[in-house]
Design a protein around this ligand. Structure first.
Ligand code: C5P
Length: 224
């Protein structure tokens, strides 16, 4: 039995997380925020004092992440529990963003997370967002979307997100961090960030969230 998968890739701040979660809701499908797995690996490394250079142990951490994803309910937001602790806020901090993108450049770590990601493809369907969903993890997905936006617009969005979650933030620093992360994600050897050959590319710089969702839903409907 083949489960339909929609992949949504793109750089940070392109809107993929927001769009993926709205789509999954509208369709009643499962959601995979693959970036959270790299963030969780980074946080686990920080907690256990595993150094970035220690690739063997990073791989082991990634392969054995003790994590539970608890979906949101009407009264409660989604939860992520790592080794018994709630971490959905901790994994969004800037230092973890940076560490996650460094950990994500390690081939062994990516390998260790591959099957875990594929296991999210369960009936009735999956919307998955990340950097290599359409190119590596779900290369046969029938609908692949690649979202982009200018670096300035993306920095602005990230700034707002951080503020709203109560983190202190500096817009110039964020722009710099975003550019450094994109560069690392695009230039790495293992599963670099790039659109799949059959991806539909949408520049979201001047689009509202609703407009992007409408465009993607039109593609879903066109495919029946
Ligand atoms: O999407 P998010 O910003 O949460 O991802 C954190 C980091 O994880 C990214 O900067 C990227 O380096 C890495 N990542 C990845 N492949 C994915 C998702 C995220 O390499 N599919």
């Amino acid at each position: 039995t083949k489960v339909p998968v929609i992949t949504i890739d793109g750089p940070s701040g392109s809107g993929k997380g927001t769009i993926a979660s709205l789509l999954a809701n509208q369709l009643g499908w499962h959601l995979l925020d693959s970036g959270s797995l790299y963030r969780l690996t980074a946080l686990a490394a920080q907690i256990h004092g595993v150094d970035l250079a220690d690739e063997d142990n990073l791989k082991v951490l990634a392969a054995h992440l003790d994590v539970q994803f608890v979906a949101a309910t009407e009264s409660e937001p989604a939860k992520i529990i790592l080794e018994g602790e709630r971490v959905e806020r901790a994994i969004r901090a800037e230092d973890i963003s940076l560490l996650a993108s460094q950990v994500a450049a390690i081939t062994q770590v990516r390998q260790a997370l591959l099957e875990r990601q594929r296991a999210f493809a369960e009936a009735p369907g999956l919307v998955s967002d990340g950097r290599d969903m359409g190119t590596v993890v779900f290369p046969k997905a029938p609908l692949k979307i690649y979202l982009t936006a200018s670096a300035e617009v993306r920095a602005e969005r990230r700034f707002k997100q951080l503020k709203e979650s109560g983190f202190s933030a500096n817009i110039d620093q964020i722009l710099e961090d975003i550019c450094a992360r994109d560069e690392r994600d695009m230039k790495r050897v293992s599963a670099p960030l790039k659109p799949a050959e059959d991806a539909i590319i949408i520049d979201t710089s001047r689009l509202t969230v609703t407009e992007v969702v409408t465009k993607v839903m039109a593609e879903v409907e066109a495919r029946g």
